[in-house]
Write a protein that binds this ligand. Sequence first.
Ligand code: GLU
Length: 309
Amino acid sequence: MLCHSSEELMAFVKEARSAAKEGKVAEYIPALAKANPNSLSIAIFYPDGKCISAGDIDKKMTLQSISKVISLALVLMDRGEKEVFSRVGMEPTGDPFHSIGKLETMSPAKPLNPMINAGALVVTHLLKGKSVEDRLQPLLSFIREMAGDNRIDYSEEVALSEYQSSFLNRALAYFLRQHGVIQEDVEELIDLYTKQCAIEMNCLELARIGMVFAMDGLDPMRGKQLMPPKVARICKTFMVTCGMYNASGEFAIKVGIPAKSGVSGGIMGAVPNTFGIGIFGPALNEKGNSAAGTKLLELLSKTYRLSMF
Ligand code: GLU
């Protein structure tokens, strides 16, 4: 049994919206603090092109950490598993996404996984090209293709706002550079990383990307394999083990689908072989996940038995 109409979805949005009160919008990136905490939208994209949605669906969000899954997919295609996993690990940390603690206890200083900031910085470092723009373009093209919209771009305002306030990410990057895990200029890497995080879209486009992951990299509507199934499988596994920050275990129990969240309040879900989900609800709970978005997924999972476990 699956959710089949936007009206059905709207009832869940109404119920979940009250959970936004328990959350707060992210303020450490000043531009994100402007979001309306009560806003909530969701889209579900099916492999046959059908899409149902509810809430403030025209609102755009920046991908933030959701971009980490997509840059990982691209870098795995460009560089191969061996090179990527020689620099970043495969284990969840149980720590907040920007924690520096475990890095210091690792020898070599290899970040534990690509979903925490330290690991994501290493993955972004592996994007090929000479200049920042050169390296961003293939990522943007990949995202545009998956989302089915050529107009997708990054928000200059959010990118600049994060670039100017990214002290912790700079600290992580300098640490990684000191230990030879990355080699490039830290300012350039932060410039590229903050632009990657500021790529902007609505929940319909996000749901379409989730659908491509759900279908193991296939865009069924165009009959095009956008990434090898193995790459999609690796990404979805990271989404399960560390996609919802240090609440991934609880999320696996209560919802049970591969998902990745971002501090903008976005969540991308990929229900294997079934559909993709895009959610935007900017008020975050104490672990950094969209409070209303998480509630919404719990309701949907329970009602439609979405858990893969
Ligand atoms: N751009 C954000 C940062 O690095 C991404 C964090 C997130 O969404 O979890 O702080």
